[in-house]
Structures are given as structure tokens and as C-alpha cells.
Design a protein around this ligand. Structure first.
Ligand code: MN
Ligand code: MN
Length: 419
């Protein structure tokens, strides 16, 4: 079906080039439909195109099948953009007893200088060791449930349980922990507003202890030598543990240190949509509705089959995307005349340079779900339709050669997702 569509586009495009050759007779054909002669010439042109794109040499069929829009770009693609596609499924998994992690950072995906992403799994009871790091941490739970803690510098302790579709934010330098809960632990996406971030370069409790003179630890902790001898001598990072008791039991144990002003978790998937249309919906979480999220703004976008995230751009930030489910394609437009189209599947990462025009189209037969992430306190986008309809009609008419009636057909309000 998709290929048929592409063929039609290619044929239409060939026809346009044909007309560009300057035949008045063929220009008339464009209005009245193709004459037999023109149809024959179009067929020849298509046969030439098919032969030009043939590949008698080697092919990695699996990769080609995943990327039809890269292998056979729409004729409107031109020039080149920075890399706009990567996948967690191309990265090395660091597997430990208790879970695993892998990451897409500036090292794997050089165009993404503003954001790095980490995908992590913890089995039931297993810990991501107590740690802290140089960037804020924004997380979206993809599977199962977890118990998280974070301590404010004033000593107040936040603790909460999260499950699929929830998110958390831990500010840079704030110490935190994550533990997989029953029945089967958790998996989550971590996002850091720092392209060079590495999940292997965090500050671990175990390593600090291992690299501090014992006499200093004795003074600091007030422990005797027998207790000091039990401390870990190397990194724990991810390790198996006992399933915790109830959240209420843990809160009681924390007692008066329990944080009761700031909320570090948010139910993103179950919030009411920020905008819903017949084509899908978007849920936006930024510092306006989740005050601790000062450096990451996010949109959770669901596009129904046949729907499309409208032509738009973001005025201040580059966009880092994680594809949660379904199949889609995106074209990114940058000057001068550059356009690149790529296909996206679950577990892929997309990138859009700041202010570059783009759309995301559902090309599958199930919902396309993805996260749009920005290293910013605010989610902001500019809708092309919105702009065209809020200008005086005469201005648009003279740019696009459209009459007033046609301009009125363009959706006036920002739809975000179109059917
Ligand atoms: Mn962390
Ligand atoms: Mn966007």
C-alpha cells in the first residue's frame, strides 16, 4: 500500500518535471488529464526510474525493509540534513546481575548535542545503585513498576512508587535510587539534557566508599573496623536485592524527614490529553504543570492510523524523540532546500535540529506513540496551519497562489495531530 503511494508520488513528480520542460500542450494535459501520448511517456519515465533505482549488488534486506523511505526517498527529499535517526537496538547492552542498560548519547548519535537517552531494565527487587550525576534526570516508565527515592539538599526525602506511563524528575546533583518492584520489575527511559551524558559516568555510593581512606570513613561514619571491612570494594551499579515492604511502611520509617512540599513524580499517560482530535492526542508536561521539571519539557503523542503530527517546528529547542509503539515516518526540512525522510519503529530515536520544520506520520495500522523531548522549561511549537490562517488571507494568497476559498480549508487552530 505504502509502496503504491510512493509510486504515485514518483509518477506525479515525474509528470511535474515533464511539464517543467515547457510544453504548452502538456500543461493543458495537467488540467484535463493525461493524453494517451503523455501516459506512454510517463510510463517510460517510470520504467527508467525503476531501472535507475535497481540494485544488482548486495543488500541488507532486514535494514532496507525497516527503512523504505530512506532506501527509496520521496522525490521531495533533497540534499542532506544532520543524522535524524538512531535506535537503541544498535547499541551495546551492559548486562549485570539484576538488569541491563544501554544508551543513545552524542557518541552514538552526534547530532544530538542537547539530550542523551538511556534505556534500563531492573528485575523485581533489583536496584540501580544509590547515585547522583551532573545532569537533571527525566524518566518515563515503559513497563512494570518501581520504587524511587530522591533527597533534597536540606535532607528531606521523597519516596514514591511509579508504574507504566508515569514519569519522575531528579535534579542534577540530587542523590537518588530506583528499585524494581513485583511481579517482574521495571523498564524505563531516562533522558538527560546533556548530549555528552554517560550512564557509565555517574557518582556511585559504592565507588566513593571504595576510594576513600578507611581512617577517613571511620571518622565520617563513626564505624569500627569490623563494620568498615564489610563495605563494598567495587561498583555495585545494578544489583539484585530484596523486594521492599509497602510504600506506607517505608514512609513511616523515613518519618519526619519525609518530603511533603515537592512532587518529583507525575502520572503522564493517565493525565487528560492537553489536546485531542479525531487523529490522536498529545499530553504535554513541562514546568507549568510539573514545577520540578525545569530543564526538560515533554509531549507524549498518540497518532491514530492515517493520522499525522502536523507540519510544525519548535522555536528554541532541538527535539529528541523516543518511539514507544507503532510505525511512522518523519521528514525534516532545513535550508537550503534540504529534506530527509526516515522511518521510525518502537525503540528508535529521532532528532530534529532547533527550528527545523517537520511532521510525523503514522504509516502503520496501529497507534503510533512517541515522546517529544526538549532541553527546556517550556514545550513550545509553531503550527504552519495556525500561521497561514492567522495572517491576512491576501498575504497567503500571494505566496501560495491559493484563492480565499482554498485558504479557508486549511485548519485554523493548532491541531497538533491531524486526521
Ligand atoms: Mn540517575
Ligand atoms: Mn516536533
Amino acid at each position: 500500500m505504502k509502496n503504491e503511494m510512493d509510486k504515485t508520488i514518483i509518477e506525479n513528480h515525474s509528470r511535474r518535471r515533464f511539464l517543467g520542460a515547457g510544453s504548452a500542450a502538456l500543461a493543458a494535459v495537467a488540467v484535463t488529464g493525461l493524453t494517451a501520448d503523455a501516459q506512454e511517456r510517463a510510463n517510460i519515465r517510470k520504467a527508467e526510474h525503476d531501472h535507475s533505482s535497481s540494485n544488482p549488488g548486495q543488500e541488507n534486506k532486514t535494514i532496507l525493509d525497516e527503512n523504505p523511505n530512506s532506501n527509496m526517498p520521496p522525490p521531495t527529499d533533497s540534499g542532506d540534513t544532520v543524522p535524524i535517526w538512531y535506535s537503541f537496538d544498535l547499541t551495546k547492552k551492559r548486562v549485570e546481575e539484576g538488569g541491563w542498560t544501554h544508551q543513545v548519547t552524542e557518541r552514538e548519535f552526534p547530532s544530538s548535542r542537547d539530550i542523551a537517552g538511556v534505556n534500563m531494565r531492573l528485575t523485581a527487587g533489583s536496584f540501580r545503585e544509590l547515585h547522583w550525576h551532573t545532569a537533571d534526570e527525566w524518566a518515563y516508565v515503559l513497563y512494570g513498576s518501581a520504587r524511587v527515592t530522591v533527597m533534597n539538599p536540606d535532607g528531606s526525602m521523597f519516596i514514591e512508587d511509579v508504574s507504566e506511563g508515569d514519569l519522575w524528575v531528579f535534579p542534577a546533583g540530587y542523590p537518588h535510587s530506583i528499585q524494581g518492584l513485583g511481579p517482574d520489575g521495571t523498564e524505563f527511559l531516562l533522558v538527560f539534557p546533556q548530549g555528552s551524558f554517560s550512564e557509565d559516568g555517574t557518582f556511585l555510593l559504592s565507588e566513593w566508599v571504595a576510594h576513600t581512606p578507611p581512617e577517613v570513613l571511620r571518622k565520617n561514619f563513626g564505624l569500627d573496623d569490623a563494620a568498615l571491612a564489610k563495605l563494598p570494594t567495587g561498583a555495585l551499579y545494578i544489583f539484585p536485592g530484596e523486594l521492599p515492604g509497602t510504600l506506607d511502611r517505608d514512609k513511616t520509617q523515613i518519618g519526619k524527614a519525609l518530603e511533603n512540599r515537592l512532587q518529583y513524580t507525575f502520572k503522564m499517560k493517565s493525565m487528560l490529553p492537553t489536546k485531542a482530535t479525531s487523529g490522536g492526542e498529545v499530553r504535554i508536561v513541562d514546568s507549568r504543570n510539573f514545577p520540578v521539571s525545569r530543564n526538560i519539557a515533554a509531549g507524549l503523542v498518540t497518532i491514530k492510523p492515517g493520522g499525522m503530527r502536523e507540519l510544525h517546528w519548535h522555536p528554541t529547542s532541538s527535539e529528541w524523540q523516543f518511539y514507544v509503539a507503532g510505525k511512522g515516518r518523519m521528514t525534516v526540512f532545513t535550508p537550503v532546500g534540504n529534506a530527509r525522510t526516515m522511518d521510525y519503529n518502537a525503540n528508535d530515536v529521532g532528532y530534529v535540529p532547533a527550528v527545523a520544520g517537520h511532521y510525523v506520520e503514522n504509516t502503520g495500522d496501529t497507534d503510533l506513540v512517541f515522546l517529544e523531548l526538549f532541553a527546556s522549561d517550556l514545550f513550545q511549537d509553531v503550527s504552519l496551519n495556525n500561521w497561514l490562517r492567522h495572517l491576512p488571507a491576501e498575504v497567503v494568497a500571494q505566496h501560495l497562489n491559493l484563492d480565499a476559498g482554498s485558504i479557508k480549508k486549511i485548519p485554523e487552530e493548532k491541531q497538533v495531530v491531524l486526521k
